[in-house]
Write a protein that binds this ligand. Structure first.
Ligand SMILES: *[C@@H]1O[C@H](CO)[C@@H](O)[C@H](O)[C@H]1NC(C)=O
Ligand SMILES: *[C@@H]1O[C@H](CO)[C@@H](O)[C@H](O)[C@H]1NC(C)=O
Ligand SMILES: *[C@@H]1O[C@H](CO)[C@@H](O)[C@H](O)[C@H]1NC(C)=O
Ligand SMILES: *[C@@H]1O[C@H](CO)[C@@H](O)[C@H](O)[C@H]1NC(C)=O
Length: 350
């Protein structure tokens, strides 16, 4: 029902509208303009129907008049206007040259006749410099690194952001504060990031009037973590200490055991020497004097003359050898003495 009523009301308004008495349309574009100081800014007015006089105001001052079809009367060189090249006689381009901060504010187009004046807003901005005073940075892996970016002589306060290798840095990682210096602002942005890899760190300042943001960048180089010599030394020292201790203990055990073993050996030796000297005086003799190669104990070399020489000889040799081995055991007769013994024995029989 509401829709139906609205439709009928609209029809009624259109039908009752008296032709010619209605306000003609005047369009102004853009309604907001951001421009850098000392640059040019343009506004376009489009007029519906036929018109004769158009006037332009910057703030409260009338700065330019256009009389149809194409007569332009500027107040100074700083303002100009012309009929749009493509849109035809109902379109006017108005240009302000070398704009100043003082000109910022309302820009109004007024057309004489049944037209409602249109007002746009002019914003004059200033871009200054961007710098990272700290310059290139060498950081240790995982270190928290602080970067400072200073923007000077900007109006208004620019929006400052950071990027790392062309990737925007999360805004939670930086803070920006500004101070007014005369008619411009100086900002300081502080970025805190962890050093992970070699990166290009860029500070970007921008304003709506800037087509391309202004930026400054530095390089962050990662230095390898310095070797912790204290740890290394501690490890080496403790290992060395342990090894020395072990060596020391092993040494003590070894020496102790050697001493323990040596005692019985020495005692045994003593005992043996004593018994030998008691049981066989021969050993004593030999110790005191020279070895007698021809000496053979009687009981060991009793031979029978009936036997053939060769056999006897053989036997004798065998016996002597036996004796020799027996004697060898007690370390009394040398091998050289045996051959002499054999020869001597042989001669005696013959
Ligand atoms: C605008 O400024 C430039 C230099 O800043 C100057 O050359 C030019 O003549 C100026 N234009 C006007 C219309 O004053
Ligand atoms: C920073 O490092 C880059 C590349 O390593 C070098 O080109 C540049 O000159 C350095 N800047 C400064 C201020 O030292
Ligand atoms: C930025 O960091 C905050 C907190 O560390 C996190 O909640 C947020 O999602 C991050 N934003 C982006 C775009 O990564
Ligand atoms: C930003 O400022 C706040 C408060 O001054 C502080 O707590 C925070 O740590 C700062 N962040 C950075 C990245 O400096």
């Amino acid at each position: 029902m509401d829709v139906c009523w609205n439709f009928l009301l609209s029809l009624f308004i259109i039908w009752t509208r008296p032709y010619g008495a209605v306000t003609q349309e005047l369009k102004l574009e853009p309604m907001n303009s951001y421009v850098l100081r000392d640059s040019d800014v343009g506004f376009r007015a489009m007029v519906q129907g036929s018109w004769v006089i158009m006037t332009w105001f910057v703030k409260e001052t009338q700065v330019l008049t256009v009389r149809a079809p194409a007569e332009v009367i500027p107040s100074s060189d700083l303002y100009s206007a012309r009929i749009c090249s493509t849109e035809g006689p109902n379109c006017v381009d108005f240009t302000m040259h070398n704009v100043t901060r003082d000109q910022a504010g309302p820009v109004t187009c007024n057309v004489q006749g049944p037209y409602k004046p249109q007002t746009a807003q002019l914003h004059v901005q200033e871009s200054g410099t961007v710098s990272i005073p700290g310059g290139n940075v060498t950081a240790i892996q995982d270190q928290l690194v602080e970067f400072q970016c200073v923007t000077t002589s900007w109006f208004p306060v620019p929006s400052v952001s950071w990027s790392q290798n062309d990737h925007a840095v999360n805004s939670s990682l930086y803070n920006t504060s500004s101070t007014a210096e005369g008619e411009v602002f100086t900002s300081t942005s502080t970025l805190k990031i962890q050093a992970v890899s070699n990166t290009q760190v860029e500070c970007i300042a921008t304003l709506p009037a800037l087509k391309t943001p202004k930026s400054s960048f530095v390089f962050m180089q990662i230095a390898p973590k310095p070797t912790d010599w204290t740890v290394l030394i501690a490890v080496v020292v403790s290992f060395g200490g342990c090894a020395l201790l072990v060596l020391f203990v092993v040494g003590i055990i070894f020496c102790y055991r050697r001493r323990k073993e040596k005692m019985p050996i020495y005692q045994n030796e003593m005992k043996r020497v004593t018994t030998e000297s008691q049981s066989s005086p021969r050993a004593d003799e030999q110790r005191n004097g020279h070895v007698n190669p021809s000496y053979v104990p009687e009981d060991h070399t009793r031979v029978t003359p009936n036997l053939f020489l060769s056999v006897q000889n053989n036997l004798t040799i065998g016996r002597v050898m036996k004796i020799q081995t027996e004697n060898m055991d007690s370390n009394t007769i040398s091998t050289a003495s045996d051959s002499s013994t054999v020869k001597h024995r042989h001669a005696t029989i013959v």
